[in-house]
Design a protein around this ligand. Structure first.
Ligand SMILES: [Zn+2]
Length: 274
């Protein structure tokens, strides 16, 4: 049994502000340690419940946040950026299930710590086949492309609810109750990590018993619709072949499958930011 732990930072225990997840800020050192702790809790649960192999992908920013020197020595770490599959790097290596640790809700969600979708400076919103999708949905759909279900999510209550609405019987570990975009009632790390560990145990049990969510497979071809923050971002996105302009800040394109959608969207966001 091989598990991929896809880790982000905004949904980590205690995080309520961009300063906490910004590598240039003095507070960041504390929170990358907490991120590593949340990931270790999921690794421990995974192994105790029967995993033979756990790989971790560091998906926040440059992918250089998790402290490898503090990572559970049984795991392997995908670090650095860009990697071919970004936040779910390694999902194509025979993985049986994925766990999303430290995830956040989609842009525009209410009572959601640091809600955004890929880039808060560039992406006002994004839809896959007409359905609004945040990073939970995008990454779950890439997992689904490889027939891999997402069995656990940790983050605030809104991120966990978003995952449950999209995926069905996913195990959730709510580590903070957001009361705004930058305010939450947080569990201390020991309590949060215990919750993640227990959710990982339950998720693995559900997987073994055939009760885990099905992989999220979107009908193909895939239509990607993006509302950009500024119209010049749409101008830049229009430089790619096959992109249509719907109106000032809106572009759309069609691709054959989810893997192509992910690559094209990542490329468009990078270009749009200039
Ligand atoms: Zn992030």
């Amino acid at each position: 049994m091989k598990i991929l732990i896809a880790a982000d930072m905004e949904g980590v225990s205690g995080v309520v502000h961009w300063d906490h997840v910004d590598s240039q800020h003095g507070e960041y050192a504390r929170f990358r340690r907490l991120m590593t702790g949340d990931v270790n809790a999921a690794i421990r649960g995974g192994y105790e419940a029967g995993a033979d192999e756990v790989i971790v992908s560091d998906g926040h920013g440059s992918g250089r946040n998790i402290l490898v020197e503090e990572l559970d020595p049984r795991a392997r770490l995908n670090s650095g950026s860009p990697s071919p599959l970004a936040m779910v790097q390694g999902i194509d290596s025979g993985v049986n299930a994925a766990m999303f640790v430290g995830y956040h809700a989609r842009v525009g969600a209410q009572n959601a710590i640091l809600d955004h979708t890929w880039s808060s400076s560039a992406v006002a919103n994004v839809w896959l086949n007409g359905r609004v999708m945040g990073e939970i949905g995008w990454n779950a759909a890439v997992c689904g492309h490889f027939d891999v279900p997402v069995i656990l999510i940790s983050g605030d209550q809104t991120a966990c609810a978003e995952a449950a609405a999209l995926l069905g019987p996913v195990e959730t570990a709510v580590v903070k109750q957001a009361s705004g975009r930058m305010a939450a009632e947080c569990l201390p790390p020991d309590a949060a990590q215990q919750r993640i560990y227990e959710a990982a145990l339950r998720a693995m049990r559900r997987l073994r018993e055939g009760q885990a969510p099905q992989p999220l497979r979107l009908p193909q071809p895939i239509t990607v619709t993006v509302e950009w923050v500024h119209s010049e971002m749409a101008d830049r996105a229009m430089l790619f072949p096959g992109v249509r302009r719907l109106e000032g800040k809106w572009t759309e394109f069609n691709v054959d499958d989810m893997l192509a959608a992910y690559r094209a969207f990542r490329t468009a966001v990078t270009a749009a930011r200039g």
